[in-house]
Design a protein around this ligand. Structure first.
Ligand code: SF4
Length: 497
């Protein structure tokens, strides 16, 4: 009786997360990845390399994708809404000629999901064409935008990247490198930038190193990516992480290693290790899967519980669950299975079907969990609604006890650095005690990894506070100045702009 079903006007979910019974209010119970950037300098098949690179970075953004190439005298350019495989085909890629390219996958909040904001953004300025792609968030972009608007600038998009392009265009310097330097000097935030003209490719990482950014080599070509997994996808070799505050300039003379800022207090995003990055990526030479396994081991030492099986919420919690199982000797089992083939779902079950238990993306394996005391490992709790549903899934499948262990500290504070988080008042850990959260998610017991345990598990990148990591969403210690008015700021941080 499909006719009887009243479909909602807009899709209620588009992300890759457990979604039974979800509505727009709790859509973002899982944190959303930011964006991914990929760049090539000096390869005849630059557009095809970008395509494969973006595929590997697809987990960082599924709303839109784009590639801009330069053949040395003009740009060739295509962007579109949807997954990389939906945006590009062979003909489109072949039409993107040139040996230099920058590319982007973007996540955005639902309201900002439109083609005008898809990257790379391409501009004409007095010195010629300029393309920009970024991963991150510029905390002071709203202020700069207001100032520029008062001075007469007209903006086409709501994107922070356009703000940066305006700063470049207004620089007193004709030389693009100096103009980029001028623009970056005004920014406060987290970013991995790729700028391209018809002669140069420029890469810049924010002075705290908040967002990951790596440099690789494929034959004579240089490759740039948000994560090393993209190098593996194109057969490139990892060279090094781009340093915080570093500016790399590539042109006919080769690659020049320069800086636009001294390296400030290092603050690599801890959530990249916990949740965002792919397990096969390395960030600052630390493998993400191995770091997650150590988090699971540490969690077992901090909060052991006697149980029959350990299971991880797929996919990002599986490594930590394996670590927990190894440390305790409790067998790891596939108690939860993700349906990998739902893709982007536009046909929604009605409320009635949802209440009947239509579960599209995650299932508990009855024969595995029935009658068992289950330790369920998850990477984080945002609002708590998803955790409640997963615990209930396990219980409905016959689990005798469900003990929840979270491989990160309580997530209490919003992120201003490119991660789409709800307001503080919607973060369950900022509103409730751990015992209250335990009750709210219907768990028999609940423990979070300590911050110290987290830092030791990832490994210290430096002797600085927090081992060189940003842990602001756990401890409210932000590495840069952030606005006091959180609601304004949270609105400004809707994923990568
Ligand atoms: S506040 Fe949290 S999510 Fe945001 S950059 Fe820092 S560690 Fe990452």
């Amino acid at each position: 009786m499909l006719d009887a079903i009243k479909y909602p006007a807009a899709p209620l979910w588009t992300g890759d997360f457990y979604n039974e019974g979800i509505n727009r209010e709790n859509l973002f119970d899982k944190l959303k990845e930011e964006c991914g950037v990929f760049g090539v300098y000096g390869h005849p098949e630059a557009s095809h390399l970008c395509y494969y690179g973006l595929h590997a970075l697809q987990h960082r953004g599924q709303e839109s994708g784009g590639i801009c190439t330069s053949d040395g005298s003009q740009f060739h350019y295509h962007r579109g809404m949807g997954l990389v495989k939906e945006v590009f085909d062979n003909d489109k890629l072949s039409s993107l000629e040139g040996a230099v390219a920058i590319a982007h996958v973007r996540y955005s909040t639902a309201g900002e999901s439109k083609l005008a904001n898809a990257q790379p953004l391409v501009f004409k300025y007095r010195e010629g064409d300029l393309a920009v792609a970024t991963n991150g968030n510029i905390v002071n972009a709203p202020e700069i935008r207001k100032r520029l608007e008062r001075q007469g600038s007209i903006f086409q998009t709501s994107s922070d990247t356009e703000v940066v392009a305006h700063l470049i265009a207004r620089s007193q310097h004709d030389d693009i490198v100096e103009a980029v330097r001028d623009a970056l000097a005004e920014l406060n935030g987290a970013y991995a930038f790729l700028f391209m003209t018809n002669g140069k490719l420029i890469a810049a990482r924010d002075p705290h190193g908040l967002r990951p950014f790596v440099l690789g080599k494929l034959g004579d070509a240089w490759i740039f990516a948000s994560e090393t997994c993209a190098f593996d996808a194109v057969g490139a070799e990892y060279v090094r992480d781009i340093e915080p505050g570093e500016l790399l300039i590539l042109d006919g003379a080769g690659m020049k290693e320069d800086r636009f800022s001294p390296s400030l207090k290092r603050a690599v995003c801890a959530m990249e290790y916990i949740y965002f990055s792919r397990p096969d990526s390395d960030i600052d030479a630390v493998n993400v899967h191995s770091a997650r396994k150590r988090m699971g081991r540490q969690l077992a030492m901090e909060a052991f519980v006697d149980a029959d099986i350990v299971t991880g919420v797929p996919d990002s919690s599986i490594s930590a669950a394996i670590g927990f199982a190894e440390q305790t000797g409790i067998p790891y089992e596939l108690g939860l299975i993700k349906n990998r083939y739902t893709g982007r779902t536009f046909i929604q079950p009605s409320q009635e079907l949802r209440e009947q238990g239509v579960k599209m993306k995650l299932s508990a394996v009855r024969k595995v969990v029935e009658g068992k005391r289950v330790v369920m490992i998850d990477d984080s709790i945002v609002r708590g609604t998803t955790s409640l549903r997963i615990v209930n899934l396990l219980r409905e499948a016959g689990a005798k006890e469900v003990h929840v262990r979270i491989s990160s500290p309580p997530f209490k504070n919003p992120c201003f650095y490119g991660i789409d988080t709800p307001d503080r008042k919607e973060l369950i850990a900022s509103q409730k005690s751990i015992e209250e959260i335990r009750k709210a998610i219907n768990a028999d017991s609940l423990h979070f990894l300590t911050k110290e345990g987290l830092i030791e598990s990832i490994g210290r990148l430096s002797d600085e506070e927090h081992g060189g990591h940003c842990t602001a969403c756990f401890d409210n210690v932000y590495p840069t100045q952030v606005p006091n008015d959180e609601e304004t700021a949270a609105a400004a941080c809707g994923g990568c702009d």
